[in-house]
Design a binder for this molecule. Sequence first.
Ligand SMILES: Cc1cc2nc3c(=O)[nH]c(=O)nc-3n(C[C@H](O)[C@H](O)[C@H](O)COP(=O)(O)OP(=O)(O)OC[C@H]3O[C@@H](n4cnc5c(N)ncnc54)[C@H](O)[C@@H]3O)c2cc1C
Ligand code: FES
Length: 383
Amino acid sequence: MSCPTCFCTSVIEESDMDGKSSRTERQWDSCFDVAFAKVAGGDFRARPRDRYRQWLTHKFSTWFDQFGSSGCVGCGRCITWCPVRIDVREELAAIAPPIAPVVQPVAVEPVAASPGTFSIARLASIKAETEDTTTLSLTDVDPAFLGGRPGQFVMIALPAFPAVPISISRFRSNGIDLTIRAVGATSTALVNLHPGARVGLRGPLGTFWPIQEAYGRHAVVVAGGVGLSPLHGLVDALVANHDRFESISLFYGSRTPEERLFRDDLAAWSASKEIDVAVTVDRAGPEWKGRVGVVTTLFDMISWDCTKVTAFVVGPERMMQASVQGLISKGVPADRICVSMERHMECGIGLCGHCQMAGRFVCKDGPVFRLNDLGDMFNREGI
Ligand SMILES: Cc1cc2nc3c(=O)[nH]c(=O)nc-3n(C[C@H](O)[C@H](O)[C@H](O)COP(=O)(O)OP(=O)(O)OC[C@H]3O[C@@H](n4cnc5c(N)ncnc54)[C@H](O)[C@@H]3O)c2cc1C
Ligand code: FES
């Protein structure tokens, strides 16, 4: 909190009592704060040591990767003000040997280069997917969204609520679909909107699925729960270009049959010759005639040469780790596995610092990553 180069911020929403207007304010925040990396259902850096590692390695290491300079200006304030007398010089000497100082001055990019803007879109229709998940079809969108790519996301804003990141689940000729699970205040407000409502959109943001890299190969899509949402647009694109791939498969795991998303699309894909669809659920009643078990049990069905597979994986973090492990043990090369990562996001454009994962910002450098680009960040706790 005393460091002059800290730039983490949070977005605060204040609404008037009449419910007609609200104010959005960006305030200083700290990556030491316990809620800084909180996402729906958990916290990526729950332990103090994870937050301390984040701060220390950012200032003294990954700042060089990002900005070409040190994040420390040598003012000594953190040493002066630390309530428990941590001296970063001692910490650094313990973990890294001294290195020669940088002699060349480096140009530092301004951190807040682009504020990003929100455009207004209209809700054309809604479709309940499951008890808690709804697809919003948006129209009158800024044309930039129509040029978006599967895997990208938007920041969606409603007056009086913080903007939240949501993947584009489908591209239509006149708009986009967002499939949203109600887990907290903002997502619940979004799924309760009525057609005609207006929302603010920033985007399309982030990296996208590298579909061309799977040309001539077996394209394997592995989805867990609502993870099928960021993969839906990818499946549409694979199916539309099916003759470019050796084969296309979708392995989908859901907790129960009732929690499966896009059931009409799953049925249509299953009926088509262009894609093989296999679905499993964790638990089900006697009326379910399909597979029961975690999604990795479906990998028994893989009969082709796995060195020729390109895989796309999204789901809860544990499911992604197990799936990636399963694919690698089958022989899929790590540089042919793509994952989409989730982190707490507030700006979506690399300003606020919330989504930082070691030297990467998930909002700008991701959310889609190749596994080998993530290195050990993929499996490490507290990053
Ligand atoms: C790249 C990306 C794509 C996503 N795509 C989808 C999608 O397609 N469908 C879907 O249902 N969900 C998606 N999510 C998760 C979704 O953003 C969260 O569920 C949502 O932000 C929860 O907000 P809330 O206020 O309803 O919930 P709460 O848990 O009450 O949120 C509390 C506060 O934490 C913050 N927060 C919680 N989780 C997140 C988060 N992951 N990122 C940013 N802020 C968070 C919110 O700002 C909020 O103020 C995605 C997340 C990311 C990072
Ligand atoms: S969400 Fe703000 S930096 Fe990524």
